[in-house]
Design a protein around this ligand. Structure first.
Ligand code: HEM
Length: 100
């Protein structure tokens, strides 16, 4: 999945997400203050977009094992909770990734 993603499509969806919810950008220290119009040219933003895709790939690869899936989801929940990301933010992001 990660390898086959269309670059512009993937990063474009991340930008659309932050354009709709600009307050979420503040959660990302490495590009918190980058103007929206420059996000697609910002290396830290692009890296975060691919990090999300890689994270989704890990989850998909874990689907065959309930134990592994639970472990990965717990890990994602823990790391995100500590950074201020809340469950409702994931729900709206799913719409932008066409994974709902
Ligand atoms: C299914 C969707 C998502 C996946 C797979 C995902 C995946 C990841 C991964 C793999 C990391 C790096 C983890 C680490 O450093 O330990 C990360 C970091 C982060 N994620 Fe997500 N994420 C998702 C959705 C979200 C959402 C919706 C938000 C909030 C709007 C968010 C906010 C953050 C923040 C703030 C960081 C830390 C960035 C930093 O410190 O530079 N993520 N995410």
């Amino acid at each position: 999945m990660y390898r086959d993603c269309d670059r512009n499509d993937l990063t474009g969806k991340s930008r659309s997400f932050l354009k709709t919810y600009p307050e979420y950008q503040k959660l990302f220290p490495s590009f918190a203050n980058v103007p929206q119009a420059q996000l697609l040219k910002n290396g830290n933003f692009l890296a975060q977009s691919y990090t999300i895709a890689a994270g989704l790939n890990v989850i998909i690869q874990s689907l065959g094992s309930q134990e592994l899936l639970a472990q990965e989801m717990n890990h994602l929940g823990t790391t995100h909770f500590s950074r201020g990301a809340q469950p409702h933010m994931f729900e709206v992001q799913a719409c932008y990734c066409d994974i709902s």
